[in-house]
Design a protein around this ligand. Structure first.
Ligand code: BYC
Length: 333
């Protein structure tokens, strides 16, 4: 698609947009796009970015208490990666004509969501493992298809994010494996963490398809490639054999292989808990948002310094340009 579309009139532009989506071409920031497509992307990418930076909190909770230097270095790298993901995603959102300040303000005032999963506490060291294995595992399943999202900047941002998420998932899996095969107390701690994180991880994929307001349209636009339930099923099918290798059980007595479907059946999800967390009533909603607002306030001087530096730099470049121009003029005279 080219920037010419905007000049061809709305109907032609819409046709060109539809054709590009149908042909699996990428929509780029300067291309014409329907307002609702733009709004959906801003909503999803912003929610995704917010999740990345709020997601730093439950894990950084354990940074000062990691049991070894190696574990601490790994966890620090992971938490820093999440900050990086937030930055790519805010940048991707900015290509749609919104500013980072505006998005952060919406997060801080509760007008934009972040993932439900980060409203649960990390009570023990084993939670760091469970978050890596289950939460990052769910994130990969959800995000790999977004590498083929119709909107170019979002799709490209996801490529690196997914590579880093794979490392995160592996560190969680390895951590849980070590605990599970350790002392009986360590094994019990790993099992307890999995028991608490399993159901919230299942909810990360969003409401069931028949209650998902945006899925049908987002799939038609190829922002989403699979429905919430499809991805949730994939998650269960991947986790069951991994849990066996870990020597841990998933807290769902209804999980069993269904020969006919070639997939696992699983038990009913308590959706009232999900909606309650979204309404702000999860165990940590208030704590997460307060911490985020405080971090934003604490970082005000960094933003001011960066803006002042950038202004100074712009002034200097402008001065140099004038000086060069004058010299050029004198040389010609
Ligand atoms: N939490 O119509 P639906 C990470 C909302 S970062 C909260 O199905 P959609 C990580 C939804 O927004 C993980 N809200 O929506 C980071 C909508 O409400 P609004 C984040 C949820 O957008 C650090 C309503 O429910 N990943 O993994 O088609 C450390 C109806 O839902 C949730 C992403 O953001 C939820 N779980 O599908 C470690 C990935 N689910 O907006 C790990 C990108 C649904 O109308 N996002 N809602 O008020 C997506 O793929 C999609 O947005 C979703 C939801 C699948 C999440």
């Amino acid at each position: 698609m080219t920037a010419m579309i905007g000049e061809a009139g709305t109907r032609d532009a819409q046709e060109a947009f539809d054709a590009a989506v149908a042909a699996d071409e990428r929509i780029e920031p300067r291309d014409w796009m329907p307002d609702a497509y733009r709004a959906t992307l801003v909503r999803q990418i912003a929610q995704h970015a917010h999740s990345e930076i709020i997601g730093m909190q439950p894990e950084s909770n354990w940074l000062t208490r990691a049991p070894s230097l190696r574990r601490k270095a790994i966890l620090m790298a992971k938490v820093q990666d999440e900050a990086g993901h937030g930055l790519y995603l805010y940048s991707a959102a900015e290509t749609l004509g919104v500013s980072r300040d505006e998005l952060l303000d919406k997060l801080h005032t509760g007008r934009q969501k972040y993932s439900s999963i980060f409203n649960y506490p990390t009570l023990t060291w084993a939670d760091v493992g469970a978050v890596g294995w289950l939460v990052d595992g769910a994130a990969i399943i959800n995000q790999v298809p977004i590498c083929r999202c119709s909107y170019g900047p979002y799709a490209r941002a996801m490529v690196r994010v997914c590579k880093e998420e794979s490392f995160h998932q592996r560190q969680g899996y390895e951590l849980l494996h070590t605990l599970s095969k350790g002392t009986p107390e360590q094994h019990a701690m790993a099992q307890d963490a999995v028991d608490r994180w399993w159901w919230p991880s299942m909810m990360m994929f969003g409401p069931p398809d028949d209650e998902s307001t945006h899925s049908a349209q987002s799939m038609a636009w190829k922002i989403k490639r699979h429905s919430n339930d499809e991805l949730r099923q994939r998650f269960v099918d991947i986790c069951v054999p991994q849990a066996e290798i870990l020597g841990l059980t998933l807290p769902d007595p209804d999980i069993r292989w269904n020969e006919e479907r070639g997939q696992h059946d699983f038990g009913a999800i308590d959706w009232s808990e999900f909606w309650d967390v979204l309404r702000g009533n999860g165990p940590c909603n208030e704590e997460r948002l307060n911490r985020r607002r405080q971090a934003h306030e604490d970082g005000a001087w960094v933003r001011e310094a960066a803006a002042a530096y950038s202004e100074k730099h712009d002034r200097r470049t402008e001065r140099d340009r004038h000086a060069e121009h004058d010299q050029h003029g004198k040389a010609q005279a």
